[in-house]
Design a protein around this ligand. Structure first.
Ligand SMILES: [Mg+2]
Length: 288
């Protein structure tokens, strides 16, 4: 795998000396009526670190299947497709894994079985976070991107209908949105992975939003830290805000995410919602 397949981009320009990076200075502002949010890494930090469960699990499985690349190049290879499929349902990453195993001449498990192994391992990692929220040992804002609630309030105050869409299984998304006390914001609905894979995709949710509200492109804004939601939004001519969140420190830009989100066509890049006043200026044309 050649590193040059991951382009890097020079920073800027930034709005009003903030961290709001406006990649598309010609974006049509002031027309937004609906907003679509990704969940993990965009709002919720409950599942932070999922990549550190998924990628090593895949390294292990491909090693067993006979892959002989160095640890680094195998990890990078896996990371590329995991990343590219982030935002789709988890099962797609597991389907790719099964395909890689077959390619190596191994006997792949059913992708659903891989997903089960992954879910079990991830749950082990995040169980204490969910328990802490349930018991009240930690408050919801502890496990969210800072100032998320204010951002959602700000959008509501501007009459925007909010939607949530996630590639994580619906049961988890519903539960975790409740634990974070943000479920009530999404008057447009909460959409996530269902048992039948053909029943959900972010592209389908966007299509439905456009039909229900007779939206045209720049009346939709979407917020996401994954490749897929940005791509789907740009395909629909919506405004894409790439959230290049550092899910651990919660302040700085995650450069890996930033580059991938720009590559996918993000109009705006933010590390989080610290400078949401400037973000509102750009999106709603309130500044000038
Ligand atoms: Mg995400």
């Amino acid at each position: 795998m050649n590193l040059t397949e991951f382009p890097t981009y020079e920073p800027g320009p930034f709005a009003d000396n903030t961290t709001v990076e406006v990649r598309n200075e010609g974006l049509p502002s002031g027309r937004i009526r609906s907003a679509l949010f990704d969940f993990d890494g965009t709002i919720s930090l409950i599942r932070t670190g999922w990549q550190d469960i998924m990628i090593p699990m895949m390294v292990e499985i491909l090693r067993d299947a006979g892959d002989e690349q160095t640890e680094d190049s195998l990890t990078l290879y896996i990371r590329e497709y995991v990343d590219r499929l982030t935002g789709k349902q988890t099962i797609f990453q597991m389907m790719q894994l099964a395909e890689e195993v077959e390619r190596l001449g191994g006997n792949a498990l059913d992708p659903l079985d891989y997903k089960q192994i992954y879910n079990d391992r991830l749950m082990e990692r995040i169980e204490s976070r969910r328990n802490d929220l349930q018991s009240g040992a930690r408050g919801p804002d502890d496990l969210m991107m800072p100032r998320t609630r204010e951002l959602l309030d700000g959008l509501k105050a501007r009459g925007v209908t909010l939607y949530l869409a996630s590639g994580t299984d619906y049961v988890y998304v519903e539960e975790e949105a409740k634990l974070l006390e943000v479920d009530g914001y999404f008057d447009g609905g909460i959409y996530a992975a269902l048992d039948r894979i053909e029943d959900f995709s972010k592209a389908m949710v966007i299509k439905q939003m456009f039909e229900e509200h007779e939206l045209s492109g720049p009346e939709l804004v979407s917020f996401g830290d994954g490749y897929v939601e940005i791509l789907n939004t740009k395909e629909a001519d919506g405004i894409a805000v790439g959230v290049a969140s550092d899910e651990v420190g919660r302040v700085d830009v995650n450069e890996w995410k930033r580059n991938r989100l720009i590559q996918a066509g993000a109009d705006i890049i933010i590390p989080g919602y610290q400078h949401q006043e400037a973000l509102f200026d750009v999106l709603f044309g309130e500044g000038a």
